[in-house]
Write a protein that binds this ligand. Structure first.
Ligand code: A3P
Length: 296
């Protein structure tokens, strides 16, 4: 496949005040009208919360720990990213989803209010993963640098401000995690935390097994835990996004599988930036019952 890659960064636009790529906004009607099937599973996250990680865990569970089956295709082909639109002739997430027979496992970064209504109407199961904002911000900053289809993050200083203002793709982290936290009281949503997955993958994978009504023996569970560790996934070409051309993801700027840790924010935030962030955080999260761990 020889393509003239569009090397420009994505233009952005908004849907209901949420920043998205212009390509996504141009397709918004189709995305909004996406028809979910009752047995489709939706994996929802704010960007950089551990989406790829939970995607691999879910795929392993669905295929009873069969590694070969999980290497059948790239993450983004196995579990289409419904609102993501790439340059022609690459298929959009929506096209990939529509070409796939249900039950499908799909990915989204949309906040609850922008999730296609069909998912709620069909009562689809949803797995949400949340990650503490500081590590999420750091990861997002590096991702915006390396992913040439994301808006330019600007300097680290500038990016912190954009993140706090919600002027990044998929909008405010604060509203996102709170919105999904509230939604779980009315829908079939398993709400997980990156930090818990890191601390005790066995326990969190067990929750996913129960949620998906699957029963796998200890041996298979061990295999899933091993196969979905950061080190193994970093070397898995079907999960580490190295199959994309550098015109889309440039791993020499920062690898997609970057650190996979809790607490890397400490290597980025200055004391002053951290204080400012915490103060703003307290305001934005006031009254929320949701809490995050920024270290283990
Ligand atoms: P870092 O940039 O902090 O390393 P997403 O898949 O939502 O885009 O999230 C990507 C983040 O999850 C990156 O974080 C990536 O390294 C991390 N990640 C991916 N696979 C992981 C795994 N198996 N264990 C822990 N972290 C993982």
């Amino acid at each position: 496949l020889k393509l003239d890659w569009d090397v420009a960064r994505s233009e952005t636009a908004e849907v209901e005040g949420i920043l998205l790529t212009k390509k996504t906004c141009d397709q918004w009607n189709k995305i909004w009208n996406f028809r979910a099937s009752p047995n489709d599973l939706l994996i929802a996250t704010y960007a950089k919360a551990g989406t790829t990680w939970i995607q691999e865990i879910v795929d392993m569970i669905q295929h009873d720990g069969d590694l070969k089956k999980c290497k059948r295709a790239n993450t983004y082909e196995r579990q289409p990213f419904i609102e993501w639109v790439l340059q022609r002739p690459l298929s959009s997430g929506l096209e990939l989803a529509e070409a796939m027979p249900p039950p499908r496992t799909l990915k989204t970064h949309l906040p609850t209010q922008l999730v296609p209504p069909s998912f709620w109407e069909q009562n689809s199961k949803i797995i949400y993963v949340a990650r503490n904002p500081k590590d999420c911000l750091v990861s997002y900053y590096h991702f915006n640098r390396m992913n040439q289809k994301m808006p330019d993050p600007g300097t680290w200083e500038e990016f912190i401000e954009k993140f706090m203002d919600g002027k990044v793709l998929w909008g405010s982290w604060y509203d996102h995690v709170k919105g999904w936290w509230e939604a779980k009281d009315n829908h079939r949503i398993l709400y997980l935390f990156y930090e818990d997955m890191k601390e005790n993958p066995r326990c969190e994978i067990q929750k996913v097994l129960e949620f998906l009504e699957k029963d796998l023996n200890e041996g298979i569970l061990d295999k899933i835990i091993h196969h979905t560790t950061f080190q193994i996934m970093k070397d898995n070409p079907m999960a580490n996004y190295t199959s994309l051309p550098p015109a889309i993801m440039n791993h020499s700027i920062s690898p997609f599988m970057r650190k996979g840790d809790v607490g890397d924010w400490k290597n980025h935030f200055t004391v002053a930036q951290n204080e400012r962030f915490d103060e703003d955080y307290r305001k934005k999260m006031a009254g929320a019952t949701l809490t995050f761990r920024t270290e283990l």
